[in-house]
Design a protein around this ligand. Structure first.
Ligand SMILES: NC(=O)c1ccc[n+]([C@@H]2O[C@H](COP(=O)([O-])OP(=O)(O)OC[C@H]3O[C@@H](n4cnc5c(N)ncnc54)[C@H](O)[C@@H]3O)[C@@H](O)[C@H]2O)c1
Length: 219
């Protein structure tokens, strides 16, 4: 389990940030990491804004929500910003994640190397297909989904990714919730009606393409 946040922490809880700002924090975080890797130590709001395509004023407002103010002529210290934004996004802690459904999408997710550095560790995957069970992909063991309830009790993961067909996604989600998981990243194209207190983020590339097509039509 991740460490419980310290109530005296200076960073305000994520719920106090507007959703668009939280979306931008993820972008800032990714780009700041890249710049730090390239050896850059400071950045100003104009540079950061131009990288993520927002105005310097928006960057300054977002970052002042973190209690961070850039120094005139110097800007912001990148490693400090990464720590602060990472704290808000939960990347300053380790999250144990399980994946359910190792089809073409799940397979690609298991092979993706970008989760670990943000604090997300895939600890197990589950599938019903005997051809896949007991295989290892991207260093993650695929376990029999019929044994999922017991394994979840053993592993007590924090988050789950659902990549099963839509028809079974709700059943899978209910099993995950019963096992104590309170955060689900759902790739199945269906709305999961779950009890209050469960955070669900839906990822739907088809809807994103629709949004893109709409934007292109309205340029
Ligand atoms: N959100 C997106 O942008 C996006 C993109 C592609 C696919 N999808 C969706 O993601 C899901 C997976 O897509 P895919 O292409 O990998 O499908 P797929 O058919 O290749 O894989 C599905 C996997 O789930 C397994 N499975 C079925 N029932 C299960 C259960 N009860 N428990 C555990 N595993 C089970 C199957 O054995 C299979 O390995 C689908 O719902 C698909 O519509 C979403």
């Amino acid at each position: 389990m991740p460490d419980k946040p310290d109530p005296t922490d200076a960073i305000p809880p994520p719920t106090r940030f507007p959703r668009p700002a939280v979306g931008r924090f993820s972008l800032y975080y990714r780009e700041l990491y890249r710049l730090l890797d390239q050896g850059q130590s400071h950045i100003n709001s104009k540079q950061l804004g131009s990288i993520v395509n927002v105005s310097p004023a928006v960057v300054r407002r977002d970052l002042s929500n973190l209690g961070t103010i850039g120094r005139r002529g110097v800007g912001y210290q990148i490693d400090q910003l990464i720590d602060q934004i990472g704290g808000v996004l939960g990347s300053g802690q380790q999250w144990q994640v399980v994946l359910v459904g190792v089809g073409s999408l799940g397979d690609a997710l298991l092979r993706y190397r970008g989760f670990e550095r943000l604090g997300f560790r895939l600890v197990a995957a589950f599938d019903l297909d005997n051809q896949k069970v007991n295989q290892t992909i991207g260093g993650v063991s695929i376990l029999n989904a019929e044994t999922m309830v017991g394994k979840l009790a053993e592993l007590s993961p924090d988050l789950a990714i659902i990549a099963v067909p839509a028809e079974v996604a709700l059943d899978v989600a209910n099993e995950l919730v019963a096992a104590g998981i309170s955060g689900i990243l759902n790739f199945a194209p269906t709305t999961l009606r779950l009890p209050p207190g469960i955070a669900v983020v839906n990822v739907d590339l088809a809807s994103e393409l629709q949004r893109l097509a709409f934007s292109v039509q309205n340029l």
